[in-house]
Ligand binder design. Structure first.
Ligand code: 5CA
Ligand code: ZN
Length: 409
């Protein structure tokens, strides 16, 4: 499916350093050294509700990855999915009486508008689960022929024991995995499974549910993890540079995805790094569609909030922390944006050569956006207090903030 329009990324003098990130699989920091083309997969939304601030924070974090890589001289091949058929989407459609396709299309459109407003660079390939079914079916068939999949009452399950690297993404023990599996879309209690953790690859058609012809698999619909694997292998191949998503995707989603791909290809690892963003809370609880404690990007925009201020509010929190959205977080960002705009609109300029250097160093250091914002704050403070005699400085700051932080001032 189509993605959304790309914002302009201004060119900056010089080149930034390579990115060091916290990798969930190794449990420590890794400096990534992509080839000329850096390959990034970031899991997309399940479109049964519009973009909330938690989604926006996660996609903004991975947008920084793209910007750091571009600034370091790489081309970026970025791929994202849309889980446009899955249990939560079908449940929501059934609850409200809406056609599930209409719901998915509407919320995906709204997501595109929100990403455009937030100046998130679009993926090169934006792929729906439904349109990817022809890619998914042969993978499930191959897993079956490798004896890594088995049938249970018409459904097809992946056997986690087929992958000797299973567990290497999350590093969790079986008991912890079992708890998370039950909370995050798995069915560890279902009788007849070889291992309670085994995830669905293909779900046989049920009355009232959409289904597709799966060839030897029979009619049904795809499981969640194989969807992302099919899309990532098709467009990126094994050993891509980063698999990204929110913290809640580390297990089971990214663990299972890695296992599917490793068994399918006989290769390891699926991705060179697994990077997870912290979860944003609101009213004391993780912001989530199922809890309903949501602040929507589109609602803020409709209230007249400048999307650049929303983006600054997200960047003021380090991507790995779990933080809480409050009115004060937004008010601080609105004030900061006004200060920065006032500073760059003065005709003269305080020396600014340090600004791109400091932003680059902060972002390359595990995407430390809060420190990058401080670098701009420091310049804006001097600029507003005393100004200077470098007429090129405001332009340089504004281009650096746009190119590296995605904020147009
Ligand atoms: N479609 C799947 C991924 S293939 C999915 O998880 N969709 S989602 O709509 O539930 O979430 C989309 C992304 O937003 C995921 O990376 C998820 O981890 C992230 N996310 C969801 N809630 C929050 C939150 N409160 N804070 C930060 N990120 C969140
Ligand atoms: Zn995914």
């Amino acid at each position: 499916m189509y993605a959304w329009p790309a914002p302009n990324v201004p060119a900056l003098p010089g080149q930034g350093p390579d990115l060091t990130v916290h990798d969930t699989a190794s449990g420590g920091r890794v400096t990534l050294t992509p080839g000329p083309v850096a390959r990034l997969y970031v899991c997309g939304i399940t479109p049964y509700d519009a973009t909330h601030i938690g989604h926006a924070a996660t996609y903004t974090a991975f947008d920084l990855v793209q910007r750091v890589w571009l600034d370091a001289g790489h081309e970026v091949h970025f791929v994202q999915n849309v889980t446009d058929v899955d249990d939560p989407l079908l449940e929501r459609a059934a609850d409200t009486g809406e056609d599930w396709r209409a719901l998915a299309e509407r919320e995906t459109s709204l997501f595109r508008e929100d990403m455009t407003a937030l100046r998130v660079l679009p993926p090169r390939h934006y792929c729906g689960a439904v349109e990817s079914i022809p890619l998914i079916i042969p993978l499930v068939e191959r897993l079956r022929s490798h004896c890594a999949a088995y049938d249970l009452e018409g459904d097809v399950y992946f056997s986690v024991d087929a992958d000797r690297h299973f567990g290497s993404v999350s590093g969790l023990d079986a008991a912890a995995m079992r708890v998370l599996s039950a909370q995050r879309g798995g069915d560890p209690e279902r009788p007849g499974k070889k291992n309670p953790l085994d995830p669905l690859l293909w779900r046989a058609a049920r009355p009232g549910e959409p289904s597709w012809d799966g060839g030897s698999l029979g009619r049904g619909r795809p499981g969640w993890h194989i969807e992302c694997v099919a899309i990532a292998l098709e467009h990126l191949g094994m050993g891509f540079d980063m698999q990204g998503g929110g913290f809640d995707l580390a297990f089971p989603h990214h663990e299972m995805g890695a296992s599917h791909a490793q068994v399918l290809t006989g290769d390891h690892p699926y991705a060179t790094s697994y990077v997870h963003a912290g979860l944003v809370a609101y009213d004391g609880e993780k912001m989530s569609k199922s809890k309903g404690n949501l602040v929507f990007v589109s609602a803020l925009r409709n209230d007249g909030v400048d999307p650049a201020a929303i983006r600054l509010a997200l960047l003021a929190n380090h991507y790995r922390t779990h933080w809480e959205w409050t009115d004060a977080v937004l008010a601080d960002a609105v004030a900061r944006l006004a200060r920065w705009r006032a500073a760059v609109s003065r005709p003269d300029g305080a020396p600014a050569d340090e600004v791109p250097r400091r932003i680059r160093a902060a972002l390359a250091d595990d995407l430390d956006a809060p420190s990058a914002l401080t670098a701009v704050d420091d310049w804006a403070e001097t600029q507003l207090a005393t100004g200077g005699d470098d007429p090129g400085a405001p332009g340089l700051v504004s281009r650096a903030v746009d190119a590296l932080l995605g904020v147009a001032i």
